[in-house]
Design a protein around this ligand. Sequence first.
Ligand SMILES: Cc1cc2nc3c(=O)[nH]c(=O)nc-3n(C[C@H](O)[C@H](O)[C@H](O)COP(=O)(O)OP(=O)(O)OC[C@H]3O[C@@H](n4cnc5c(N)ncnc54)[C@H](O)[C@@H]3O)c2cc1C
Length: 426
Amino acid sequence: MNNLTPNTPTSDITIIGSGMTGMAAALFAVNRGISTTLIGRHSAMNFASGLMDLMGIHPAGREWDDPWKAINRIRKDLPDHPLAKVDNRDIETAIEELLAFLKDQALPYHRAARKNVNVVTSVGTVKKTYTVPETMWNGVAALEKKSPALIVDLDGMKLFSARQIASSLKQRWPGLRARTIVFPGTETLEELHPEHVARALDLSANRVKLADRIKPFIKDAACIGFPALLGMYRSLEAVKELEQLLERPVFEIPTPPVSVPGIRLQETFVSGLGKNPLFRTLSTMVTHVETNSGFAITAGKSNAPATIRSKAVLLATGRFLGKGLTASRQGIRESLMDLPVEQPETREEWHRDDLFSPQGHPVNKAGIKTDESFRPLGRPSDKPVKNLYVAGSILAGSDWMRMKCGSGVAIATAFAAVKAIEKANK
Ligand SMILES: Cc1cc2nc3c(=O)[nH]c(=O)nc-3n(C[C@H](O)[C@H](O)[C@H](O)COP(=O)(O)OP(=O)(O)OC[C@H]3O[C@@H](n4cnc5c(N)ncnc54)[C@H](O)[C@@H]3O)c2cc1C
């Protein structure tokens, strides 16, 4: 199946999947002097809002201002939740290490001291999260103070309506006004793509033109909110220049996919990690993993596969969207290595009758069950596989979307798994 030769590249760890979990794990590994190969198509992060949740909701309907207290409660109530297996100090270290890296790469994030903050969403709801891109922070402060604000959207941009945001938040933030602006140079376009606007706003001349179109509508607004597309590679600079031109604080509001802050995160990880000589990445899919005194990992197209040897493997292939899990009439399978998946006994039990049940649906907790070190638990007949670890949203026990713990699970379990791999291979 593989084409191993004496020249086959070798890594200490191969991480399969390049979403938040895979990227974070690669960072933690190279920071500890571990040679790392990351294999995956850089796609999943494009969908994510760019916010990093830690723990927001548990049990159903109970929102937490203090995510650390929420995690302590999870430890008591849901010992199989992935965050329950990671020490709070390790979670904190992991988040700090990741945020320090992003800051060094000119993508700073901001958070309140150990507290969740409230962020306005693209549909005008308010969501709790733990850490937000610096470019969104003025919006957190403005919502808290309820300062009079202008929300701008762009003609032709789908799924982001300033008017809907202002109207949905009328009670909570009465001083909000909305205005649609035609982005300079797009007068004849019917549809506007956020990535194109973001790249255009990397240029100062386009910021000046945009500000000129907004100025007549500012009136009493103490700050101005935009969809999150203020620059692709120079977002901080774009926000700062718009603040000077408009003479008040500016902030970004997360958008639905495709999300510019998600693309910024992904590209920042790839370029920042790429500077480390211990890091190597293959932008392709793994098709086969052979376990025999270490691992031989086959990736790429069948007519030109690449093979990598590795001492350890960290599976971070995500759930159904990223195809880490596959659903069929027979049940849910782990797609690459056929690891056992913890899941409801029958398909009828996947979903509750009430689609909007605050308790969520059992299928969202299905996934790979592991021990405390994030090694997958095999079937009774399986031989244990040495040095195989699993992290991130593919793990059983966390309904991350409902509990608002997506990035928290990704970052914390990536850290814990890398720590366990380091310990096991000393
Ligand atoms: C629309 C959306 C909005 C989100 N918003 C938030 C938010 O506001 N706050 C928050 O904290 N989190 C949010 N998240 C969650 C977050 O971005 C991550 O999904 C989550 O942290 C889990 O990441 P993951 O890396 O475990 O899985 P994924 O992000 O799914 O990444 C898994 C990767 O593995 C790859 N893969 C699968 N099989 C293979 C294979 N055989 N070979 C190579 N690669 C493979 C997939 O292609 C994918 O790129 C959001 C996610 C989505 C989709």
